[in-house]
Structures are given as C-alpha cells and as structure tokens.
Design a protein around this ligand. Structure first.
Ligand code: ADP
Ligand code: ZN
Length: 435
C-alpha cells in the first residue's frame, strides 16, 4: 500500500491518542470565538474536561441553525485579517452557512484533499478535470487545490457547457475527473449523442459526490464511461470535500480521523450509537484554526462500517449517505428517502438516467408521482407495452417503499438537468391544499 500521508498508517491507538490531544487544543482555540465562549461556559466545558476522545460526549452539539445564527463571523477564532478565503454551503436546505479559512487552513485542506485523491489511485502523472461549479461552492476550489497539491495538471472546467467539457476531456487526454453523479450520466449521454463512444475516452477514475447517489447509480456511471467511480464526501462546515473518500477497495468512505472526530448519533435522542447502527453523522474539526466546529450535527444519515478495510488503513469507514434527514418525507405514514426510489429505478435497465419525484394532494389524499425517463432504445408505440412497464416500475417501487406511486414515463432528456446538486423531490402538497 502506498500512502500520501503518514497519518494514513496510524493504528487505532495512535488515532485515539492524537484525537484526544487535538480535541483538547481545538476546544481551547474554539473558546476564542464569541459563539463557543458562551456555549462552553454554559455547559462548564474547559480543555481540562477532555481526557479521552469519549469525553467529547460531555460537549453540547452544534446545529445547523447555530451556524446560521453565527453568520457571518461569530465562529471566528482569529482576527479578521488572518482569513484569506471564505466559502458558503450551497444552501440546499435553507440559508447558507459561511466558513472562513486562514492560510494554514487552506493548506491543511489541500493536503486532506490530495490524500483523498491519492487513495483513489490518482497520481501526479494524471490529468485532472474538475467538472463541478467553482465560486462559493467548496467542490470547486477545494478539489482544485487538492489536485494541484498532488501535482496533477488540473483543468478548472467548472460546471455546465457540456460540449466544451467533452472537448477538453478529449484534447487533454484527461484521466481523472470530479463530477456530480447526475451530471456524470448526462455527460456520458451527450458523448454518445455526439456519435462518440464514452467508454473509449481517456478518463479512468472519477471522484463523485456532493450529493447522495446509490450503488446502482455508481455502477451505471462506471459502465457508461468504463471508469472507476469513488465516492467523495465533505461539506463546507468541515472545510468542504476531503472529509471522507472511498479508497481503491471501494467499500465505504474512510473518514480522515486525524482531522475529524466521527460520531453517529440517534437523530431524536442525541445518544451516540455503536458502529453498524444507522444514525446522524456528527463531526468535529480537529485541525482547523480559523473556525473550528465542534460536534456538528450534519443531518446526513449513514452508519459506520464495522471492521477493517482491505486496504489496511485504520481510519473508520462510513456507508454511502442514505440522504439528509431533511430529505426524508412521510407519505401515508411511511418514511421515505428519495434514494430508496433511485435505487429501484437505477436497477432497471429499461429506465433512463433521470427521474423526478412529485408529491401531490387533491385535498384529501396525498399521492406520489414519479416521472421516469425511458431509455431511447426502449421507445415503443404499443400502449400495452408502456402500460406494462409502468406497472412493473410501480410494483418494484411498492416492494421497496410500501406505497404505490403513480408512474409517468417520459422521454429521455426531458426532465430538467441541474448543473449543481440535482433536485429529486418536489413537494406540491401544501400548494395543492391552498396553504
Ligand atoms: P449544502 O449542505 O447546503 O448542500 P455543501 O455544498 O457544503 O452545502 O454540501 C454538503 C452536503 O452535501 C453534505 O452535508 C451532504 O448532505 C452532501 N454530500 C456531499 N458529499 C456527498 C456524498 N458523497 N454522498 C452523499 N451526500 C453528499
Ligand atoms: Zn480502504
């Protein structure tokens, strides 16, 4: 096994020892911010309260709303002039959160990102195209600086303008990319539409993340482009990408535990759950100096994969994110995540690359309408065949979510494609009730 960073070779004991040390010092540092000074004083937390990593459980959680209320700078632990960059969360679930970085923070982040890329098999000799948006979104510059730190020739293509992206991929014989899952399938389709074989392109590896996607979607992207797809995880509150990555074993995402403390908690009670149980991912920054964030409730639902990864790294792994707790919707008393629907749809070869879930109400009854793109090869004029396919999809969905949806088949490429994070769910229930 080749490592990028010595921390990748740490044993569990070394990780625990370093984490306790770093946690004490990050508490000390966090107390310089107006927000944590007050929060810790109220809870009676001092650096001396922390002897072992488990003592983190004494510290109160930080919620998304806390960070929103801290906007723009109540989390700052250094003078304004020490900051050299700011980013914002995408604002997918509400008003965005601002994060500022010192020079050192940017360097630590680039190292984590380079380490993550290296773990997927990318090397200095690779040519890398970042196909996600730049600007405030951390998937732009965050990935970019990591790629440069690894020494790859890096193309800041940004999102959109698909034809130009494809030209760059071909002209520069790009071997590695970073791309959002929904956009990856769209690009592959566009290459085919231009009369080229997407499997013949030079790309070999892709970091894919920034939004939830299923194992079935991963397999589709791998198949369409004949590449390896590695799940890449992060969030602005924790720097951005580079928090977790799938190594070449592709069996869950290692969270870099020298830089983050990882907990899974019961979303209702806040109780810390053992490895293997599904709950809300909670993260603490250990190495950030400008704006540390302690016990942050991410809203992301996942579990820690028990046991060791075949790669030998001891940093624990999390399962693919099932969704955000905010994405879960309740229909006829059943809790449903959009990813459950995606999993069914993407496992059916007749189904194309895009779908949209619409929740509607006629005033008395709530219904779920799933618009499903068909594969062009499967277009038929025979109503009976279309009806049969509709029923087959509805049945499969029922088996997974125990609710029968209205399935609507639509043409390939007829649903909106997002350049950023895909919008999978439209809830029209309140509107249709006239609220
Ligand atoms: P926002 O939370 O407003 O979308 P960010 O751009 O910081 O802002 O996105 C971070 C969030 O994106 C994470 O909390 C998570 O919900 C989602 N995310 C990032 N990477 C992945 C991934 N690989 N799988 C699933 N979800 C992801
Ligand atoms: Zn591994």
């Amino acid at each position: 096994m080749e490592y990028f960073d010595i921390a990748e070779t740490w044993s569990r004991d070394q990780i625990a020892e370093e984490q306790a040390k770093r946690l004490r010092s990050v508490i000390q540092r966090a107390m310089r911010s107006p927000f944590y000074a007050k929060r810790f004083a109220e809870a009676g937390i001092t650096p001396e309260s922390i002897k072992t990593v488990d003592d983190i459980r004494k510290i109160p959680f930080t919620c998304k709303d806390d960070l929103r209320q801290c906007y723009p700078d109540k989390l700052a632990c250094v003078d304004r002039e020490e900051f050299v960059r700011m980013h914002c969360s995408s604002g997918t679930t509400g008003s965005p959160v601002a994060i500022c970085y010192t020079q050192k923070d940017l360097s630590t982040w680039a190292d984590l990102m380079a380490r993550s890329m290296h773990a997927t098999g990318l090397r200095k000799k690779d040519v890398f195209q970042n196909m996600s948006g730049y600007g405030l979104f951390t998937g732009g510059l965050g990935i970019h600086y990591g790629a440069e730190r690894l020494g790859m020739m890096t193309i800041p293509a940004g999102a959109g303008n698909t034809r130009r992206q494809i030209k760059l991929l071909n002209d520069f014989k790009v071997t590695g990319i970073h791309i959002l899952p929904s956009y990856a399938m769209h690009v592959a389709e566009q290459v085919s539409a231009m009369g080229e074989d997407p499997r013949k392109m030079s790309v070999k590896r892709a970091l894919v993340g920034a939004e939830p996607y299923t194992e079935e979607t991963r397999r589709r992207i791998e198949e369409m482009l004949d590449i390896k797809v590695y799940n890449s995880f992060g969030m602005s509150e924790m720097n951005g990408p580079g928090v977790g990555i799938e190594c070449e074993a592709q069996s869950g995402m290692h969270i870099w535990e020298d830089a983050y403390i990882l907990e899974i908690v019961d979303p209702d009670t806040g109780e810390v759950l053992p490895d293997g149980q599904v709950g809300e991912l909670t993260l603490t920054t250990l190495t950030r100096e400008g704006m540390p964030v302690i016990r942050y409730r991410t809203h992301d639902i996942t579990k820690i994969i028990p046991g060791e990864c075949p790669c030998g790294r001891k940093h624990r792994r999390i399962e693919r994110i099932l969704g955000r707790s905010d994405d879960m919707f309740i229909l006829k008393g059943v809790n449903i995540y959009p990813m459950q629907i995606e999993q069914v749809l993407m496992s059916m070869p007749e189904v194309g690359q895009n779908y949209l879930i619409k929740l509607e109400s006629d005033g008395n009854r709530d219904t779920m309408r799933v618009q499903v793109e068909m594969r062009q090869e499967n277009y038929v004029d025979d109503m009976r065949l279309l009806k049969a396919l509709q029923e087959k999809i509805a049945h499969r969905l029922f088996d997974e979510i125990l609710v029968t949806p209205v399935v609507e088949l639509v043409y390939a490429n007829s649903l909106p494609v997002s350049e950023g994070k895909a919008k999978r769910l439209v809830d029209l229930r309140k509107e249709s009730k006239g609220i």
